[in-house]
Ligand binder design. Structure first.
Ligand SMILES: C[S@@+](CC[C@H](N)C(=O)[O-])C[C@H]1O[C@@H](n2cnc3c(N)ncnc32)[C@H](O)[C@@H]1O
Length: 398
């Protein structure tokens, strides 16, 4: 498992300390119901589901764990707070990194999950990790201040409690959801303002509890193997969108031809559209049955209104043969419903703007200001007003 992660380059293990921690912690003891093969595969291992069979706890995939640990940069002697203890696996890795002089506290909202994490940690030889039940939105003031805070479930907001509980010079790593787009962001404090140090493309299950804003996640009726996932607690008219699937789709091609590699920050560009951003997820069965192929095997980012939706599609670019063997694709949009043409055109124009702005994408950064003191004149690509904070996604382009 570790060798695969050290070989990955982007997003994998980069430091000797994270490599040593992940080589040391016996992952299978944290997922006792999984086979050894499953425990050491690259996927997450789901351990709890709610009554609708939606996953609510898991051992995150080892690549996700490694990426977040690299972002967190734990040093020996650090006091670390983990929000989302889950199986306890990540807490054990944190204990390895913080060493015998350090202290790891892990919080989870589920009582049963907390009991299991404690058992796993004891069995694997980490009895000093403290696991407590509570709502991680409030942090865990009893153990503050922390040199590092890591969140392992998708957070919609950055609560004030995390700022108050971080020691000077500390760092927070959090999967931050902005307009339905999730990125693991490492943040450091500059006065009361969080500024990003790194941004990694990682998806997480959303945080739960009374303070949480949930994600909408449902299959379009009647069940055709297409799901819509929307954020920000916004309404989704499932019946109207389900009816839209019966209409003839509109397709539009952008003329944007790119090498077939992950598209950094394209999602944030889409979020600048006037319609809401969503994810359309598809089953392989639906694609085989003739659904127009989305960008990735899981689906695509898209846009939706109350009665129409659109998602990104691709086709081999005409010049693939002549591009020296590298696969290139043209990006486009497929849309359904009464507003199909309008939504497809909107997606395509966002793609074209993204293409023009490409040289500036590397400069992307995130600032999180207290809601009460957010500047009104910050030139940002996205301004997302949350309850306790305002999140700005900024690029030099804007
Ligand atoms: C992806 S799992 C965490 C994986 C874990 N770090 C591991 O190594 O196994 C996300 C966890 O966050 C927990 N969670 C969700 N909302 C929470 C909240 N408001 N406070 C604390 N924990 C929460 C869930 O119960 C779940 O166990």
């Amino acid at each position: 498992m570790v060798e695969k992660l050290t070989g990955l380059g982007w997003g994998g293990i980069r430091s000797a300390s994270v490599e040593a921690a992940m080589r040391t912690v016996p992952r299978h003891l944290f997922v006792p119901d999984a086979t050894l093969e499953r425990a050491y595969a690259q996927d997450s291992v789901v351990t709890h589901r709610d009554e609708r069979r939606v996953a609510i706890s898991s051992a995150s995939g080892p690549g996700v764990v490694a990426a977040q640990l690299e972002q967190l940069d734990v040093q020996p002697g650090h006091r670390v707070l983990e929000i989302g203890a889950g199986t306890g696996y990540n807490a054990a890795c944190l204990a390895e990194l913080a060493g015998s002089e350090g202290q790891v506290t892990a919080v989870d909202i589920g009582a049963e999950i907390v009991a299991e994490a404690r058992e796993h940690l004891a069995a694997a030889g980490y009895p000093d990790v403290r696991v407590v039940q509570g709502d991680g939105h409030l942090g865990y003031p009893e153990g503050a201040p922390y040199d590092r805070i890591i969140v392992t479930a998708g957070a919609w907001d950055v609560p004030t409690a995390w700022r108050e509980q971080l020691a000077p010079g500390g760092r927070l790593v959090v999967p931050l959801r902005v307009k339905g787009i999730s990125r693991s962001v490492a943040l450091e404090l500059d006065g009361e303002v969080w500024r990003s140090v790194s941004i990694e493309e990682r998806g997480f299950m959303p945080m739960r509890g009374p303070e949480a804003i949930g994600e909408f996640n449902a299959e379009l009726p009647p069940k055709r193997g297409m799901w819509i996932r929307a954020d920000d607690g916004l309404p989704v008219d499932l019946q109207a969108l389900g009816a839209a699937v019966d209409t003839t789709p509109a397709q539009a091609w952008s003329g944007v031809v790119v090498p077939w590699v992950p598209f950094d920050h394209l999602d944030y560009w889409l979020a600048g559209a006037s319609a809401q951003v969503c994810r359309i997820l598809v089953s392989s069965h639906a694609v085989e049955e003739g659904l127009i192929k989305p960008l990735y095997s899981w689906g695509s980012m898209g846009l939706y209104t109350h009665d129409s939706f659109a998602y990104l599609i691709r086709r081999p670019a005409a010049d693939t043969e002549t591009s020296g063997g590298a696969e290139t694709v043209e990006l486009g949009a497929c849309a359904y419903g009464p507003r199909a043409t309008q939504l497809a055109d909107e997606l395509v124009s966002r793609l074209q703007e993204w293409e023009q702005a490409k040289p500036h994408r590397a400069a992307l950064r995130i600032e999180v200001h207290p809601a009460a003191a957010a500047p009104s004149d910050l030139a940002a690509m996205i301004t997302a007003e949350k309850r306790e904070s305002t999140v700005f996604v900024i690029s030099d382009q804007t």
